[in-house]
Design a binder for this molecule. Structure first.
Ligand code: C6P
Length: 405
């Protein structure tokens, strides 16, 4: 197990809320002091704009910004030109739909997605399909609610142009068999866009090994700051794509009636970027690599197993994803609205999410109004789980009184 006490000591929010049991890391992770310090260092020591100034401070800012991009490229095994800074996963996925999608999808083309998608992966393609007269197809989920290769084959045809798919479901914690799906999609000439928002915090991603065409994730779900994320794209595709936005720092020459844009990644980054945040993401990656993804996975697995074992002794709850691959427990207290239950958890200093988790097709598939979601990460301990399970039991008992009246 990881040294949770040490990890917590290095997170300032825990100093202010020492009793907090934070089970909402899929929404956003808490930020270590190291990440905050690196961002502060930028503002206090060299906080000027990049790529513009011909003076020492600007060179330093540019160098640190570039260093962050290099680090991220190495982290996912991409090249420097293939890593685009965006505002986050949602922004990355919309950008691909609006640029690649609007340029390449035509009438009656097919776009494959799934009911497990977060709205940020699904809705941009729904809009492209509507505007272009394309057909949105859903991979049927199996009985457990998983995406399988067999079911993917049922919807894949020679008309498939795009597959927009999650790597890890933010509600069910299932891992998609992404490698096989990409291989099959490529045989039909389709491109695959991977939503890796819930993958990047938990395990190493290798875009070359996956052979995905585009992939997106957010810094704030992996110990980094809000307001920044990554869009990875294969250089051969990015080279052919037009920018979504035009403005400063993305062009080489401007004429009265034309503009010559820079090469990727710069042509996709119009305007002053989130410099401190890019540096913060670089620092978060340093930390994750120092802790080690094998250790992170091992820690989460042990906690997850422990939590499921303890919860199995509580009657009056439904867990929808007992076989989840990532430490996400998606559940309900029978007969209790998740929002009512979450107020109770809040009073016990437990932060977890209640509702549809921005993935409404999943809650519809589960045939419920919403669920409670407890997400485990590196700063959670067995002690957290003990308090969480005790509170679950208390919520069950509290609401049982009313159902018995
Ligand atoms: N899921 C959750 O509580 P942004 O907000 O752009 O950083 O990430 C969007 C997003 C895209 N895909 C997946 C799989 C996600 O889980 C998320 C964000 C949060 O589950 C907030 S809704």
């Amino acid at each position: 197990m990881l040294d949770v006490e040490k990890i917590k000591r290095d997170i300032p929010l825990f100093q202010n809320y020492p009793n907090l049991i934070y089970l909402d890391s899929c929404a956003t992770t808490l930020k270590p002091r190291y990440v905050l310090d690196k961002m502060d260092e930028y503002y206090q020591e060299y906080g000027v704009n990049i790529h513009r100034g011909v003076y020492e401070l600007s060179y330093r800012a540019t160098e640190e910004y570039d260093k962050a991009r290099k680090k991220i490229a190495k982290f996912i095994n991409a090249s420097f030109e293939e890593v685009i800074f965006t505002r986050g996963t949602t922004n990355s996925l919309n950008m691909i739909a609006q640029t690649y999608g609007m340029a390449n999808i035509n009438l009656n083309d097919e776009i494959i997605t799934s009911e497990l998608e977060h709205h940020s992966s699904l809705l941009p393609w729904m809009q492209v399909a509507k505007k272009k007269g394309a057909i949105l197809k859903y991979i049927p989920l199996n009985d457990e609610g998983r995406i399988t290769v067999e079911n993917f084959k049922k919807v894949l045809t020679d008309k498939t142009k795009v597959v927009a798919i999650t790597y890890v479901s933010n509600t069910m914690g299932y891992l998609t068999p992404i490698r096989e799906i990409i291989e099959l999609a490529h045989k039909q000439g389709a491109v695959v866009i991977v939503d890796a928002a819930q993958a990047a915090p938990h395990f190493k991603i290798d875009v070359c090994e996956l052979d995905c065409d585009f992939l997106a994730f957010s810094a704030h779900k992996m110990l980094g700051p809000t307001g920044i994320g990554i869009l990875y794209g294969k250089k051969s595709l990015l080279d052919k794509m037009d920018p979504e936005e035009y403005g400063g720092d993305m062009n080489n020459d401007v004429f009265h009636d034309n503009v010559i844009v820079k090469e990727t990644p710069y042509k996709f980054e119009a305007g002053t970027p989130a410099i401190a945040e890019a540096i913060g993401l670089g620092a978060a990656i340093d930390l994750l690599e120092k802790i080690g993804f094998d250790n992170i996975r091992q820690h989460e697995k042990e906690l997850h197993k422990y939590a499921l074992e303890k919860l199995s002794s509580v009657s009056g709850i439904t867990i929808y994803n007992k076989t989840a691959d990532i430490g996400i427990i998606n559940f309900n207290i029978d007969g209790v609205h998740p929002h009512d239950a979450s107020t109770f958890f809040d009073q016990a200093n437990i932060a977890l999410r209640a509702g549809h988790h921005c993935a409404q097709l999943v809650t519809k598939w589960l045939k419920c109004n919403g669920t409670l979601r407890a997400c485990l990460y590196i700063y959670n301990s067995k002690q957290d789980i003990d308090i969480f399970v005790k509170t679950v039991q208390e919520v069950v008992e509290f609401f049982r009184q009313f159902s018995e009246v």
